[in-house]
Design a protein around this ligand. Structure first.
Ligand SMILES: *Cc1c(COP(=O)(O)O)cnc(C)c1O
Length: 431
């Protein structure tokens, strides 16, 4: 099957390595690669790292920021809360604007805190409010396991049977991708039994980017809440969570946001809920109004801060938050606009090469339309998938495998090159 994208690609791209080198030479973002640290092969040359969808490379500047926190801890101890270079007391406020920019939110709608699954739980406490007939949650079939567990456990914790109340939207038989019209139809069919719609914005396995605006509109028209897990979307695709009216969202920062293993995660709460101090939630002192936070003896009534900040529980883990400083600086410097522009070229180029070089038993299951994906391409390998994947690492290619037959390749525009894409396609084509 040919489509306009492929035709367009084959006009623009050529299969020789020299062409990849030419694209790199003309890439306005090429110098960013030098600001990341990449593991090496045994001969000292860097690996071809296409695994930023799992753990992003380390920005060199992260070392300096983390070391600064250690130095301040050493030199200042408790005084570091107010006197550190970046005072720990207000640490999360550094991310207020840059965190919001990442997902198209307004300042105050995003807070960086906890880790992803924890945030999902906290937000479901607020936005899954079963009432009378309205008890069901709709997720995508094959959601990331942690999300499925989180949702199931929420249902059980409220005494609601997951067998009856967790509904999964699946691709049609023989297809890999969800169709928006099927999602909308399922929402309508569930009608007043549906309390919450919760999808991955970009699916971790297929790389499909869902139309979050349409899903949100459909959920709201049905009287349901709508939230997204943006683990594979944050730092990868452009979003407008505020304008789309999304109720809540959460994401981790160690994938496309390059903030290191277990880094501080993100949460979005739409302004209209953040303003509403009566929105039910789990509470902790860091979500309390700072004016009364330390009047613990006099006031034992929780008064939430306005906005997403009011969902915080604890004072932030500074060492897990520090790399985010260097990471978000990079995103601010480059901007999602420029990143997405390069991303589309780079992924389009890899797609072209895979189409040219892969054996016939391999198929790209990620949408062909650049508007329905981020940088990841998922390749289904029919013939000996695991065996062929296992040959990539010794050849210096780092990517990953999703059982039973999918190889995920993520050329990340911040640090991957067109030559990386070429190298990957050549090696995969020969295995
Ligand atoms: C990566 C990922 C997670 C991981 O959850 P943590 O709480 O960060 O360990 C969860 N959900 C999705 C969709 C993911 O892609």
């Amino acid at each position: 099957m040919t489509n306009p994208v492929e035709e367009h690609n084959s006009e623009v791209y050529q299969p020789e390595r020299s062409f990849a080198e030419q694209l790199d030479a003309n890439d306005p973002l090429a110098s960013l690669r030098g600001r990341f640290e990449c593991p090496s092969r045994s001969d000292g040359t860097p690996l071809t790292y296409l695994c930023g969808n799992s753990l992003g490379l380390m920005p060199s500047a992260a070392r300096e920021v983390v070391n600064q926190e250690l130095a301040d801890w050493s030199a200042l101890a408790v005084e570091g809360h107010f006197e550190a270079e970046r005072p720990w007391y207000a640490y999360h406020e550094q991310f207020r604007e840059s965190g919001a920019r990442l997902v198209g939110a307004r300042p105050g709608e995003v807070v960086m805190m906890n880790s992803l699954t924890v945030n999902l739980h906290l937000l479901m406490v607020s936005f899954y409010q079963p009432k009378d007939r309205r008890t069901k949650i709709l997720i995508e079939d094959g959601a990331f396991p942690s999300d499925t567990y989180a949702v199931q456990s929420h249902l059980r914790a409220r005494g609601i049977d997951p067998e009856q109340n967790l509904v999964r939207c699946a691709p049609r038989t023989g297809e890999d991708l969800l169709r928006i019209e099927d999602i909308e139809r399922t929402i309508e069919e569930l009608g007043d039994e549906l309390a919450l719609v919760m999808f991955g914005g970009v699916n971790f396995r297929t790389g499909q980017l869902l139309d979050m605006e349409r899903i949100t509109r459909s959920a709201h028209a049905n009287g349901s809440m709508c939230g997204f897990d943006l683990a594979h979307a944050a730092g990868n695709v452009r979003m407008n969570l505020h304008d789309w009216n999304v109720d809540f969202a959460c994401w981790c920062s160690y994938k496309y946001l390059n903030s290191g293993p277990g880094a501080l995660a993100g949460a979005f709460v739409h302004e209209r809920h953040g303003r509403e101090l009566s929105t039910p939630r789990f509470a902790g002192w860091w979500g309390n109004d700072p004016e009364t936070r330390f009047k613990m003896q006099e006031i034992d009534e929780f008064t939430p801060r306005v906005g997403a900040d009011g969902w915080q529980l604890s004072n932030p883990p500074i060492l897990a938050a520090a790399p985010l400083v260097s990471s978000l600086q990079l995103f601010d410097e480059v901007g999602m606009e420029a990143l997405v522009e390069k991303s589309r070229k780079l992924t389009g180029y890899l797609e072209y090469l895979l189409d040219e070089m892969l054996t016939k038993d391999c198929t790209i299951i990620t949408p062909r339309d650049p508007a329905q994906r981020g940088c990841q391409l998922s390749v289904r390998v029919h013939d000996r998938p695991r065996e062929r994947f296992d040959r990539l690492r010794p050849a210096g290619i780092t990517c990953d495998f999703r059982h039973p037959d999918v190889i995920r390749l993520a050329p990340v525009p911040l640090y991957n090159t067109f030559t990386d894409a070429h190298e990957t396609a050549c090696v995969l084509g020969k295995t």
